[in-house]
Design a protein around this ligand. Structure first.
Ligand code: GLN
Ligand code: ZN
Length: 750
């Protein structure tokens, strides 16, 4: 038996976000193509060096991409939307950026391809577009160039990575109004893959990694069976295929998977804890098994002793094994050791991409000797007190429900709030100008003092209030000028969170995020938003809506501790937010919004996990919001809100008003509201804030009229579909003016 180590992919952004910086400079014509390419080469070389110095047996090639790996695959197989093709059908880096960013080869506007979430991660991919006549051609040879590049740099044992043909088809969408089975395209795409595999073969490659993550989902028999067909076709006796699955267990699909003709399979062992031995027994003796034991989605140091104990049974098997990370490391930051502000004693609890490669090295060393005493203090300083003592949360059933039913509450609220029918409001943020960002940055770097900072933020709030009064909005907001990011801001003001300086993770294209780390019990020591909200309210006679981020979103957009269930962590956060809600109410704020944009996207990939997710998520939201009196109105906001199948849960949240994003998807998202009458207040969003287009009065008027057909007019709120922070003031003022005019026109007609 042999044991090899490898990872499924390394972050491609560079240790100091070199890729982002170069991309953006290239887009602004500040650097040439050659300069851009040389940044890519440096990142790739460095990544290979890191893997080599951790003594990994196989080194990844093909995990680098200029914007997104799914888009790379579209380029590779020549699947370019017609609007982005140029006359001679040639593709280059500008075609790639054009598809992602919305221009064609002549630099004219051409609608960008849609972007959506990569499984249940916070990474977004560019959605491939297919129609019946889609054809494929090996067009973009980046993968071969990078293999050659690595060989020329004398890296041995390269393992190229491809996104598998079936997952690729599955992840794409059909062009508007075309009805056909995407699997019909399989026969057309397979020859491209076969050709690429034979090119690898010519280069003496031993193993190729083909990612087929859809094997962890609930997919139909037809899709499952297509794997047998496709991999039969791709079978190449001189090149070994490692089929990789990740983000979940494959047990439920094993009856088909065991018949796919491949040479190796990667299993996400973080998700496949209980059934691993049985699973392995079911797989053909001839195939290699790659055990994804190091968590690629979280940042805690691995407990290698525990992992060793869990997998040392492999010594009884007569087959070869790989050990690996559960998924690509693109979902974690690169290097914990460059952090300067985190205490050493805390720092050593974490492991980012580079450290995870080293963990694999240690684990392999131990497994080779089957020496269970290997992990002495000398070798490894993991200790079991990584996590601080858990704090249980005790809540009473009553804490999760409002005092009265919505029907009763709304009567009190009408008396308390005195707002007109079809009330107008916004989602919370107003334009984040350059000056504003500068003020926050200067304050953070101690270049201005607290007094000056407070003065500037108040100036912004005062102005936002004035603008809203001039526009004639009914419910005002303070504009969120003090917030850089809706989760980071709350994390920074709560106990139990940790922030890195350089812990960037790619979100999409050139955008990276720095997720907070929940490393201890969460609690609120001091009020967070009260002073700003109170100040805003003091500047107007109209109502100001308090603005908070909800517990589900705070949890899902952070790295979480693993010794506590999400249920407990979300409740710790909920209790902190609950205190803030109560303080806002006590300060005289009559409407409080708790944003939960991550609520819908947090839905698990597989049906069987949905119930338990919804159960803790609903409880957390209700725990944070139910503390107020009947006459105080709770709002919530969610983005990308496809509520099909979960509308019952949305109703269970029992928010007095929910604002959602539906204008962009041409009202399709509202289908689920046609069958079920939504009982509480709702603001479906009357215009799309994601474009620079200004919505006309008549357009908004028509949209509201459509909404009146679906919802009870008394329940309807009028608002843009998301926060305004990415827009400029000019756009915001005209759009809101039109929104208010359309509303007034309608009110006059009722
Ligand atoms: N209140 C936040 C804002 O207006 C909501 C952001 C969001 O929906 N993602 O910016
Ligand atoms: Zn939103």
């Amino acid at each position: 038996m042999n044991i090899f180590s490898h990872i499924l992919g390394f972050p491609r952004i560079g240790p100091n976000r070199e890729l982002k910086i170069a991309q953006e400079k290239y887009w602004n014509n500040e650097i040439s193509k050659d300069e851009l390419f040389s940044v890519g080469r440096k990142i790739r070389k460095n990544n290979l060096k890191i893997q080599k110095s951790a003594c990994l047996d196989f080194l990844c090639v093909g995990d680098f991409s200029w914007y997104d790996h799914v888009l790379n695959n579209s380029m590779m197989v020549g699947n370019i939307p017609t609007r982005h093709r140029n006359v001679n059908n040639k593709v280059d880096i500008d075609t790639l950026f054009g598809i992602a960013r919305g221009y064609n080869s002549k630099n004219n506007f051409a609608c960008s391809s849609e972007m959506t979430k990569w499984f249940n991660t916070n990474y977004h991919y560019i959605v491939p577009e297919f129609n019946k006549n889609t054809y494929f051609k090996f067009s973009w040879k980046q993968i071969l160039e990078e293999v050659d590049e690595a060989i020329n740099l004398n890296f041995n044992n390269i393992k190229p990575i491809l996104l598998g043909p079936i997952s690729y088809l599955w992840l794409g969408k059909r062009d508007n109004n075309t009805v056909f089975d995407k699997l019909e395209l399989l026969d057309k795409i397979l020859p491209i893959y076969k050709n690429i595999l034979s090119e690898f073969n010519k280069r003496n490659i031993k193993w190729v990694q083909i990612d087929e993550p859809i094997l962890v989902l609930d997919i139909s028999k037809k899709w499952l069976e297509s794997f047998i067909y496709a991999y039969n076709y791709l079978n190449n006796k001189n090149l070994k295929i490692l089929l990789t699955t990740y983000f979940g267990s494959i047990s439920h699909n094993i009856d088909i998977i065991k018949n796919i003709p491949i040479d190796g399979i990667h299993i996400d062992c973080v998700s496949e804890k209980n059934n691993l031995q049985n699973l392995i027994k079911m797989l053909s003796k001839d195939i290699c098994i790659s055990l994804g034991v190091i968590n690629g989605r979280n940042i805690w140091k691995a407990d290698l002793q525990k992992i060793y104990n869990e997998i040392c049974f492999i010594k009884n098997f007569k087959r070869n094994f790989f050990i690996s990370t559960s998924c690509s490391l693109m979902h974690v930051p690169i290097d914990i050791s460059i952090e300067t502000k985190i205490k050493k004693s805390v720092l050593k609890k974490f492991s980012f991409a580079i450290q995870k490669c080293k963990e694999l090295y240690l684990l392999k060393k131990c497994l080779k000797n089957f020496n269970k005493n290997f992990f002495t203090k000398k070798n490894f300083f993991y200790n079991s007190d990584v996590y601080n003592k858990r704090k249980n949360v005790y809540i009473k059933k009553n804490d999760l429900v409002r005092k009265s039913t919505y029907e009763f509450r709304i009567k009190q609220q009408i008396k308390n709030l005195k707002i007109p029918i079809l009330p107008t409001t916004t989602i919370g943020s107003f334009p984040q100008t350059k000056e504003l960002r500068n003020i926050r940055l200067k304050f953070k770097n101690n270049k201005i003092d607290l007094k000056k900072y407070n003065f500037e933020i108040k100036k912004y709030i005062k102005n936002v209030i004035l603008e809203q009064e001039n526009l004639g909005l009914d419910v005002l907001v303070h504009g969120e000028p003090e917030r850089n990011d809706m989760v980071e801001y709350f994390g920074q003001h709560l106990e139990g969170f940790l922030f890195t300086e350089f812990g960037w993770v790619q979100s999409y294209g050139s955008r990276c995020v720095k997720p907070p780390i929940i490393f201890d019990n969460v609690s609120r020591k001091k009020p967070i938003t009260i002073k700003w909200t109170k100040y805003a309210q003091s500047k107007t006679k109209k109502l100001v809506k308090g603005m908070l981020t909800g517990p589900v979103t705070i949890l899902l957009w952070s790295f979480c501790r693993e010794d506590l269930s999400k249920d407990i962590i979300s409740k710790q956060i909920a209790i902190a937010i609950r205190k803030e809600v109560k303080d806002l109410e006590n300060a005289g704020i009559k409407i409080i919004q708790i944003d939960e944009p991550a609520f819908r996207e947090g839905l698990p990939l597989r049906k069987k996990y949905i119930k338990s997710y919804l159960s803790w998520a609903i409880d957390a939201f209700k725990l944070s919001s139910s503390v107020v009196n009947d006459e105080t109105q709770i709002h919530t906001h969610m983005c990308y809100s496809n509520f099909n199948n979960i509308i019952d849960s949305i109703i269970k949240l029992d928010a007095d008003v929910i604002t959602i994003e539906s204008s962009k998807s041409h009202l399709k998202l509202l289908d689920c509201f046609k069958n079920i009458k939504y009982p509480n207040g709702i603001g479906p969003g009357v215009y799309d804030i994601h474009t620079t287009n200004i919505p006309s009065v008549s357009n908004i008027y028509d949209t509201i009229k459509k909404y009146i057909k679906i919802f009870n007019i008394e329940n309807l709120w009028i608002n843009p579909d998301c926060g305004l922070k990415t827009r400029n003031w000019k756009e915001v003022k005209i759009s809101l003016k039109n929104m208010i005019l359309a509303t007034k026109n309608l009110r006059n007609k009722i």
